[in-house]
Write a protein that binds this ligand. Structure first.
Ligand SMILES: [Zn+2]
Length: 257
């Protein structure tokens, strides 16, 4: 596919569910692959879908809960031991408040391996809400969500596309996502009422948040085991209402942009 696309690598959470993987998205724009979140098993998931780990240019981590970042060492080890003859560098973007954890917590135990493998390097880029970053002609704007302290969502824009990923969030200020002129939004929606998990939206809250927004298409994702069916049923019963089209993200689906 030469047109830009999003490949949904998983729609799950930290609680394993047969056939799923923690929510993560492969965004392909021109020759660059951008990965949104890297939960456990992600390296295998990437390869299962026919990609190479060295296709990854930048990884954006929304926050540091296990289902969003534990795949990071897997990716680095996979490249170091799998691709001896090439040089590759990966950029890891994460909230400025979490850079210390990534470098001196999560990755430190493997520093001796990572540092002696000169053919693979990584940089950690601290992100702050509202401060733009650039990957070639893609402009990335981190924005504040309502989950763990300092969790960030990411907006990505080229001259043709405009999409946002919230990562885990509870009810938050959707206007900032609208102001970024988001056309497609990936929104966490872990459960269906009354199984609310603090820090996470239910499908009912998600619908209230976005149904009258100016975001054309919203994909709900990050489902607790067993909740996907209930959420699907709720959306089906609700039918088409409001300005936004609200859909369920499906693992394995490629969405052209
Ligand atoms: Zn979380």
């Amino acid at each position: 596919m030469n047109t830009p696309y999003i490949h949904v690598l998983g729609t799950g959470t930290s609680v394993p569910e047969a056939g799923n993987a923690p929510s993560s998205y492969w965004v392909k724009v021109r020759d660059k692959a951008l990965l949104i979140d890297a939960g456990p098993g992600i390296a295998q998931e990437i390869v299962n879908n026919g990609y190479n780990l060295t296709d990854i240019h930048t990884i954006f981590l929304t926050h540091i809960h296990s289902d969003h970042c534990l795949g990071l060492p897997e990716i680095l080890f996979g490249i170091i031991h799998g691709e001896q003859n090439i040089h590759h560098s990966i950029n890891i973007c994460v909230s400025a408040a979490y850079t210390k954890f990534i470098e001196d917590g999560l990755l430190k135990v493997w520093h001796p391996w990572f540092k002696k493998s000169k053919h693979v390097t990584y940089q950690i880029t601290p992100c702050v809400s509202g401060k733009e970053l650039f990957v070639n002609d893609v402009t990335i704007t981190p924005f504040k969500v309502n989950h763990h302290d300092s969790s960030l969502g990411y907006h990505m824009r080229t001259k043709d596309i405009s999409l946002s990923f919230t990562g885990d969030t509870d009810v938050f200020d959707i206007h900032q996502v609208e102001e970024l002129k988001t056309q497609i939004l990936f929104l966490d929606s872990s459960t269906s009422d009354p199984q609310k998990i603090p820090g996470h939206l239910t499908v009912q809250e998600s619908v209230r948040l976005v149904e009258n927004s100016n975001i054309s298409r919203v994909y709900l994702s990050h489902f607790m085991p067993g909740e996907q069916k209930k959420i699907k049923k709720y959306l089906k019963k609700r039918g088409k209402k409001g300005r936004s089209e609200i859909l369920l993200a499906e693992k394995g689906k490629k969405i052209p942009l």
